[in-house]
Design a protein around this ligand. Structure first.
Ligand code: 26A
Length: 346
């Protein structure tokens, strides 16, 4: 058995389509955001399915990262946990994951459909409205099934989608406590601005366990405003603040990684035992605008490259570089996918 990387998240099928500004306005959606769908958004799925050019692609942020990491790593490297329905949509997810060799250990729901995400592409922006459905019914007991917990215990690296804070903080806590107690590496993505804004309590309970916090600049800003940091805080200052928060496993420093689109990626690492703070900046490789197909999944792809590199024992600078390379690869494809035949990072 290998499977060093264990991922947890909300499996979703993306219904991706080009949408006009007025379509976004009709559903009260911002240009570049992710939300949980409420009653008023529910008609969007039927409407999108009937639109010209709609594409059904495997999504779910952490599942995208899991697929991407498996793309880079040797066979049998990544396991993904989440909850789905027994329907055509989960069959599609299984098909996509199989193509990448990603092992899934889904919790199947009898009475709930697989979750879906309307991904509305508008230029280089994407706005997402998610109906979690079955994904919302994941329970920690699924991880505790002996065969699954064996996989968890066998893992060396853990990746948590921050979006899962809306579903099962106890499931996240199980993985987080295991990683900390056994001095293994655990990473979490902030996923979307609404996570630090509206799931602040759950987030703050988990952060002390986390070695790597990955996010983009708008999630960093949302963290700062929801946690009372000065309005004038720079991205680097927010990274330093989070890096220095309490840490359960003192044997590992905490590193915060903030991507900023085409602007440099910022990292802040705080080693509490040495009281040493290290802040770095890494340039991105700009991709010609004409090569961009869509940015759906760019952040997940970054995390995929980053996590795969950590599993391979690479250092922080190298992990950021692999992340940026994977993000560039993904935005040249439709949705959160990667090209076949495979390209390799050299
Ligand atoms: C709880 N929410 C809102 C979500 C998501 C989500 N994945 C998990 N939980 N909302 C959007 N996504 C996924 O994000 C990917 C792009 O980063 C979409 O499915 C899309 O593939």
């Amino acid at each position: 058995m290998s499977f060093p990387l264990i991922c947890l998240g909300n499996p979703l099928l993306d219904l991706q389509v080009d949408a006009t500004k007025s379509f976004l306005e009709k559903y009260d959606l911002k240009d570049d955001d992710a939300i949980l769908a409420s009653e008023k958004h529910m008609p969007i799925y039927k409407e999108v399915l009937n639109m010209d050019g709609v594409k059904l692609v495997a999504g779910g942020a952490a599942q995208n990262t899991a697929r991407g990491a498996q793309y880079l790593l040797p066979a049998d490297s990544v396991v993904y946990f989440g909850s789905v329905g027994k329907d055509e949509y989960s069959a599609k997810l299984n098909e996509a994951n199989a193509k990448y060799g990603l092992r899934t250990e889904y919790q199947f729901q009898e009475n709930h459909a697989t979750g879906k995400c309307a991904v509305l592409i508008n230029g280089h922006n994407r706005s997402m409205a998610t109906d979690l459905a079955a994904a919302n019914h994941f329970t920690p007991e699924h991880l505790q099934i002996p065969a699954n917990w064996k996989l968890v215990e066998n893992g060396t690296h853990y990746y948590i989608g921050g979006y899962h804070l809306t579903v099962s903080p106890p499931a996240i806590k199980l993985l987080a406590e295991h990683a900390s107690a056994n001095n293994k590496t655990i990473a979490m993505n902030l996923s979307a601005p609404f996570i630090p804004e509206f799931f602040k309590g759950a987030l703050d309970e988990i952060v002390p366990y986390i070695d790597y916090i990955i996010a983009n600049e708008s999630e960093a800003a949302a963290y700062a405003s929801s946690h009372g940091l000065p309005e004038s805080s720079t991205v680097a200052e927010i990274a330093q603040h989070i890096a220095k928060l309490e840490k359960v496993n003192a044997k590992r420093p905490r590193t915060v990684v903030f991507t900023q689109g085409l602007d440099p990626t910022i990292t802040a690492t705080y080693d509490a035992t040495a009281d040493k703070l290290d802040v770095k900046e890494y340039q991105v490789y700009p991709l010609e605008s004409s090569k961009i197909v869509d940015t759906n999944g760019a952040g997940d792809a970054f995390a995929a490259g980053f996590m795969a590199a950590l599993v391979e024992g690479k250092n922080l600078a190298q992990a950021v570089d692999v992340g940026q390379w994977m993000a560039a690869l993904s935005i040249q494809e439709v949705g959160p996918t990667f090209p076949f035949p495979k390209k390799s990072y050299a």
